[in-house]
Design a protein around this ligand. Structure first.
Ligand SMILES: *Cc1c(COP(=O)(O)O)cnc(C)c1O
Length: 221
């Protein structure tokens, strides 16, 4: 078995059946991505629209592409007809713009609301007030389906800190589900955890992890 197939198998064994593995293929060429595809992986995540649309046409069309990086409103139109999940809705303005583009093609697009849970200026995301403002306005957005929440923990070795950020997001997810989506089976994804912190994320209740480097690059533990 090649090492990418082995890495996928190892990661899947760790996370169990109820957690979705998103293979983050940013910066990796189609020749590398196809190895993961041939090992059975179908869900891939990319950060940049330009790169995503360039690679997509070179790869099988049953891949489910997730957009996981910060999205600029003027790029939405390039992905709106095929993207299967947008993880990175980090402002109401962006949500409005996605809704508008989705309406043009009569599609309802699954989106996650990205929460700012880290202690780093460099990360994007909503605070709680912005989250609740969006949730209270949801009936305006007919072409958006809120499928859950996403977050990125601080890039630190401090496990207690990461754990408290993930726990905060899981609690918020439960609360939002109970208050806004009690009977909606489509609100179901809690996207948290990357190569360095996915085990902790899963232990804290994540059901969708976004993994790049340990899947494509090095050996998974
Ligand atoms: C790059 C990236 C990942 C994957 O990071 P790795 O450390 O390579 O696993 C996950 N989520 C987002 C938002 C990213 O930009």
């Amino acid at each position: 078995m090649d090492s990418i197939a082995q890495n996928i198998q190892n990661i899947k064994a760790q996370i169990g059946e109820n957690c979705t593995l998103v293979a983050v293929s940013k910066t990796y060429p189609p020749e590398t991505i196809i190895q993961a595809y041939n090992a059975g992986q179908r869900v891939f995540g990319e950060n940049w629209v330009q790169e995503l649309i360039a690679k997509k046409d070179l790869l099988p069309n049953d891949i489910q592409w997730h957009l996981i990086g910060h999205l600029q409103s003027n790029k939405i139109k390039y992905i709106i007809n095929f993207v299967s999940l947008i993880h990175s809705v980090d402002s109401e303005k962006l949500l409005q713009a996605i809704d508008k583009e989705a309406a043009k093609i009569n599609r309802v697009v699954p989106c996650l609301l990205q929460m700012y849970i880290a202690d780093e200026e460099t990360k994007f995301g909503l605070d709680e007030q912005e989250l609740y403002n969006i949730l209270d306005n949801l009936s305006q957005y007919k072409h958006i389906q809120i499928a859950g929440l996403m977050g990125m923990a601080t890039n630190t070795h401090n496990q207690e800190k990461i754990k408290s950020e993930f726990t905060f997001l899981k609690d918020l997810y439960n609360k939002v589900q109970a208050e806004y989506f009690p009977n909606d089976p489509d609100f179901k994804h809690l996207s948290m955890g990357m190569s360095s912190d996915y085990k902790l994320a899963v232990a804290c209740g994540s059901n969708m992890i976004r993994i790049g480097s340990i899947l494509f690059n090095s050996k998974a533990e």
